[in-house]
Design a protein around this ligand. Structure first.
Ligand SMILES: [Zn+2]
Length: 153
């Protein structure tokens, strides 16, 4: 594992625990610069397939989910560790379901519920980009309470 600060190759694990069933959270310390960082390492499982809108299947890719969440959290007071937390939460929910395939929309729903608790602006951004509402009224119905809440701040 490479140190993200000085790029040294050797680090030691100072703490390790299962953050979810499928991933291990490790606290590491660089042997060169002694700085500490956290990694989330996945336990390999057979890949889950995501069913896209056109019916095609692609392997589940946590980095794509992470990129989407990062974009929604742009310039928001949300740390990398919090984003990792959301991704892990979503992944845990998927693996807990025990499904081998699931529609991309369902993944979106999992991200929504996780983001809703984390940051309301990020949630609204994510919703406006990724959610396929049946019609615009559904969208307004769902977001209105959240928007009201933002106005009050
Ligand atoms: Zn280092």
């Amino acid at each position: 594992m490479r140190c993200p600060f000085c790029k040294h190759d050797e680090t030691k694990v100072i703490d390790s625990r299962n953050s979810q069933d499928f991933s291990i959270r490790r606290r590491r310390e660089c042997l060169e610069c002694s700085r500490r960082f956290t990694t989330y390492e996945r336990i390999e499982e057979s890949p889950i397939k995501v069913i896209k809108k056109d019916g095609s299947r692609v392997p589940f890719d946590r980095n794509r989910i992470r990129a989407g969440i990062e974009k929604a959290c742009y310039k928001r007071p949300v740390s990398n560790e919090q984003i990792d937390g959301v991704v892990s939460e979503v992944e845990a929910a998927i693996y807990e379901d025990g499904l081998r395939e699931l529609p991309s929309r369902q993944i979106g729903e999992l991200v929504f519920s996780a983001l809703r608790d984390l940051d309301k602006v990020a949630f609204v951004r994510f919703a406006s980009v990724y959610r396929e509402f049946k019609d615009v009224n559904d969208f307004v119905d769902e977001l209105q309470p959240i928007l009201n809440d933002l106005d009050e701040k």
